[in-house]
Design a binder for this molecule. Sequence first.
Ligand SMILES: C[S@@+](CC[C@H](N)C(=O)[O-])C[C@H]1O[C@@H](n2cnc3c(N)ncnc32)[C@H](O)[C@@H]1O
Length: 274
Amino acid sequence: MKNYESAIVKRLYSATPEREWNRLNQDVFHRLEFDGTMKFLKKHLPKKGLILDAGGGPGRYTIELAKMGYDMVLLDLVPENLRLAEKMIKKNKVEKRIRGIIEGTITDLSLFDDNTFDSVICLGGPLSHVHPLNDRKNAVRELRRVVKKNRKVIISVMSKWGILLATPMGWPNVVKFNSYVTKFAKTGDDYHFAGESFCHFFTSEELIKLLKTQCLKVTDISALEGLNIDNETTNEFEREHKKAWKNWMKIHESVFRESFAIDSGGHMIVAGRK
Ligand SMILES: C[S@@+](CC[C@H](N)C(=O)[O-])C[C@H]1O[C@@H](n2cnc3c(N)ncnc32)[C@H](O)[C@@H]1O
């Protein structure tokens, strides 16, 4: 990863560790990501063991999995996230399960031996912040290298079609800069959006290919937000139409493994076996 890109990702996250901690719990829309991810993890993680939470931010999943009895190593690029994680780990009284809190990058996990972990998770889009494609390949190769044979790497990333579908609701002003949006639709690369960040948004086809080229056998892929494209509309739907929302969730559950739903939501999640 080029240094200036890792620097802008660091700058973005170092200013907002609390926001990152609250992100998954802030409203119904974001709970879809968290609940969908936990359901997926429960299906694919072994019953117990040592898990690497790579790009784990302030540790929401580390803490949740530690509460379930897993031994956890948390790794993130941003020290501010890790400092908050230490606080939240203490507050949640799961210190005994935490085997390491490490500043590092998913593109170079050389401090871990091959075949160390019973599973590796990389959730909420750390891989979306890695650029260019060759570095994303390195990252997936590293995530695979450190997981034990026959065990799974579980990755969630942000969706290119999902963000394009949400654009008219969320960012009509950005569309004014036609060449910017046209380039994004082509490449999935969001360069310095609002001058704050770099992010690569994936199609499901591209994500599957990336895992396959790094010798991970894709065993499952799912939508997280699925049919719920935009947070304000989703939150209002749940608030104003409780009964309809319950039915809508049943519909969501019945289609969240369909390819159109995987690509239309904010995030998709995939499991790849070594
Ligand atoms: C949207 S947050 C997700 C955090 C956490 N996994 C979650 O789902 O709550 C993305 C995280 O990726 C981290 N990150 C970005 N690039 C990274 C890299 N190259 N190596 C490790 N972590 C990285 C950021 O610091 C941030 O904590």
